[in-house]
Design a binder for this molecule. Structure first.
Ligand SMILES: [Ca+2]
Length: 313
């Protein structure tokens, strides 16, 4: 079904691309000559009444890529760029046909998001479907050696952030890597990611990454994720409800702990009120009952109190 929809959309794009000359009667006279208007009607389920597809405008960009660097680009804009380093430019477009539609269901207007309808198009051929609901940022990385990568940050809906990297095999975009964070800063070879991790409740986190030659991602430095607070509250601490015996120290009940850094699989570095660093061994549980993690074999709910461990999203 998805393939059929994509085929229909591509067919509509191809038809419109052929018709979109400056002399076309459907193009308003004030439209710049270099702007193509492409109207793609998105198929909807037969049982859903009154679809109102939003026309998708494809704009042509004059952004050049003669210098190496990072270029922020936007969806539904055509870019001329040499992707395979053969001296000839290709047409690249991040096509986003997702949109909000209003449907009348049982007499009520209901807004429905038509989703999962974004792809990377090269020379009007869809080469990679982008599994995102909302795109936040798209970057092209053009390297001095001629290689090109694409980085896309987005959201699945409710803080389900993800950042994908793509490289090109010839002119075909290939997904290389992803992280469950969004981009806050990017250079040719590095990026800073932020997002939410599920560790002793929803917790804000940030990590620096190296963007490797093949556009895969590696956590920079010691490879640890920095924790920046529970729901953004940096002052919030955990308090042990019971005594916690660790290999090198015993923490009495009532000890305040501020989680600072983690590998999100085996340990968390916490700071105590006196500024000492304590390493908590953690292990992910197989089910969510009693929390998501064990600390030194103890369920996080038992250690910190069920009322203090809240996961959402
Ligand atoms: Ca080329």
């Amino acid at each position: 079904m998805k393939k059929m929809m994509l085929a229909a959309v591509l067919a509509a794009l191809a038809l419109c691309a052929c018709a979109a000359t400056p002399d076309s009667p459907g193009i308003p006279s004030e439209t710049p000559a270099e702007t193509k208007e492409i109207v793609a009607s998105v198929p909807t389920p037969e049982s859903t009444p009154t679809p109102t597809p939003t026309p998708t405008q494809i704009t042509k960009s004059d952004l050049g890529f003669s210098q190496s660097g990072v270029y922020e680009i936007v969806e539904n804009t055509e870019y001329s760029i040499d992707l395979d380093n053969d001296g000839k430019t290709e047409t690249l477009c991040i096509v986003d046909l997702s949109h909000d539609d209003n449907y009348i269901i049982n007499g009520k207007v209901t807004s429905v998001r038509v989703e999962d309808n974004m792809y990377i198009s090269v020379n009007d051929v869809a080469s990679e479907n982008v599994g995102l609901r909302y795109i936040m940022n798209v970057y092209i990385i053009k390297r001095e050696n001629g290689s090109t990568g694409i980085v896309i940050s987005g959201d699945w809906m409710s803080d389900d952030y993800v950042t994908y990297t793509y490289a090109f095999d010839g002119t075909t975009a290939i997904e290389v890597d992803y992280e469950n964070f969004y981009i806050t800063a990017i250079t040719e070879n590095t990026m800073t990611l932020e997002g939410v991790v599920f560790l002793f409740s929803n917790q804000k986190a940030t990590v620096d990454c190296v963007i490797n030659d093949d556009f895969s991602l590696t956590y920079a430095g010691d490879g640890l994720i920095e924790l920046t607070g529970f729901n953004g509250d940096r002052e919030h601490s955990l308090v042990t409800k019971i005594e916690l015996k660790l290999a090198d120290i015993t923490l009495p009940a009532g000890t305040k702990l501020f989680p600072k850094r983690t590998d999100l699989s085996t340990f968390v570095l916490c700071e105590t009120e006196t500024g000492a660093t304590v390493t908590l061994p953690i292990e992910e549980k197989e089910d969510w009952e009693g929390g998501l993690w064990k600390v030194n074999g103890i369920n996080e709910n038992d250690l910190f109190g069920e009322e203090n461990i809240q996961y959402a999203g």
